[in-house]
Design a protein. Structure first.
Length: 367
């Protein structure tokens, strides 16, 4: 590879200093007196001119580096002969006086939009959607891509659009209160807690039931519109008329008959015992049959409670002599000190007495 003449190297260096305005007025005057070519001999063939500032560059690559276009200027000039970068017009120097210059710029604008991304609130600009996602979210998951395409209203409370679409009308549209869809106040009917938005209400369900934010928001919105429930709770819009509450399935309020505590649903009741939402069926069965679940009897608030059945498999017993009644053989043995097996044998008429007393099973203990 041949080495360029020393004169050429010095000339290029002086031109660079001149473009960067690092030469003094005295140095410029001295160079002019000796007939120094500040534009360079090849400017007309491959040079680049900024039409807005009048600045000239000796090559396409040098112009690209000088303005920090990351090779975008190289691509556009080689394809169209013209380019618009950061609002400034560039063209090949030989095309400055061309009759079709305006047509070239029109063709460029038709086929190339400015795909940089701008955050409307902060004014920050990123060269690509991916760069914006990495800066704002820390990962490129397509969220901001959906926002600039109109599929999402905002990302982390911020609004984004392509720079080519950014104007005052777009800004006013995105920031208008009517478009802030998630800022609808909702209230949980059972707890009477007011939330500033469905997103805030959904976070309550996310923490309580380990559901996704999107699923929780959709469930709350549907429950508030139709009068149903979401995760056992009824919801209502604060500024809108709420339809009558529906009571159905596993989301009906249920009461513990021993403690008197009312839960918004059998799911919520199961949760209070540290069980997941899949272990609520025993409480529902207890409320329907009168049996027990988790050691308690249950009943639905909106229907008549069934007859209570004894705990477990034990039957209530009565001491004939004292007329004392016990809910189970175990309970009778604990309170009287008589052996359980003896009480059971006496109640089943397999022996006459137990502990000196006669015993019998009874059916109306829970009446």
């Amino acid at each position: 590879m041949s080495t360029p003449p020393l004169e050429t190297v010095y000339s290029s260096y002086l031109r660079k200093l001149y473009r960067e305005k690092k030469l003094t007025d005295e140095q410029i005057e001295r160079l002019k007196r000796i007939g120094f070519d500040f534009k360079g001999g090849k400017t007309a063939s491959r040079g680049v001119t900024c039409l807005d500032t009048g600045e000239d560059f000796s090559s396409i690559r040098e112009a690209d580096r000088s303005i920090g276009a990351n090779e975008r200027l190289i691509y556009f000039l080689r394809r169209y002969g013209v380019a618009i970068i950061d609002g400034k017009r560039y063209c090949l120097s030989r095309l400055k006086e061309a009759s079709d210059l305006d047509a070239r710029f029109k063709d460029f604008l038709t086929n190339n939009k400015d795909n940089r991304v701008i955050c409307i609130e902060t004014g920050e600009i990123w060269p690509t959607i991916r760069a914006a996602e990495l800066a704002v979210l820390g990962k490129d998951n397509g969220t901001i891509h959906r926002a600039v395409n109109g599929q999402l209203h905002s990302v982390k409370g911020l609004h984004f659009c392509l720079l080519c679409n950014y104007n005052q009308n777009e800004r006013e549209k995105l920031l208008h209160p009517r478009y802030k869809r998630n800022k609808v106040k909702v209230r949980c009917v059972e707890t009477d807690v007011l939330y500033d938005s469905m997103a805030d209400a959904a976070r309550f369900l996310v923490n309580a039931y380990s559901v996704s934010q999107r699923t929780a928001e959709g469930g709350i919105r549907k429950a508030a519109r139709e009068g149903g429930t979401c995760r056992g709770y009824h919801w209502s819009f604060v500024d809108r008329e709420t339809p009558p509450a529906k009571k159905r399935g596993r989301y009906r309020p249920v009461r513990c008959r021993e403690t008197g505590i009312v839960y918004p649903s059998v799911v919520a009741a199961a949760q209070s015992f540290g069980n997941g939402t899949k272990n609520y069926s025993s409480i529902r069965l207890s409320a329907k049959s009168g049996g027990t679940a988790y050691g308690y009897h249950w009943e639905f608030e909106d229907e008549q409670a069934p007859k209570m059945k004894p705990f477990g498999r034990s039957k209530p017993v009565r001491c004939v002599e004292t007329d004392e009644r016990f809910e189970s053989i175990r309970k009778a043995a604990e309170e009287t000190g008589v052996r359980k097996s003896g009480i059971g044998q006496a109640a089943n008429h397999k022996q006459e007495t137990a502990g000196g007393y006669h015993w019998e099973f009874i059916e109306d203990f829970f009446d």
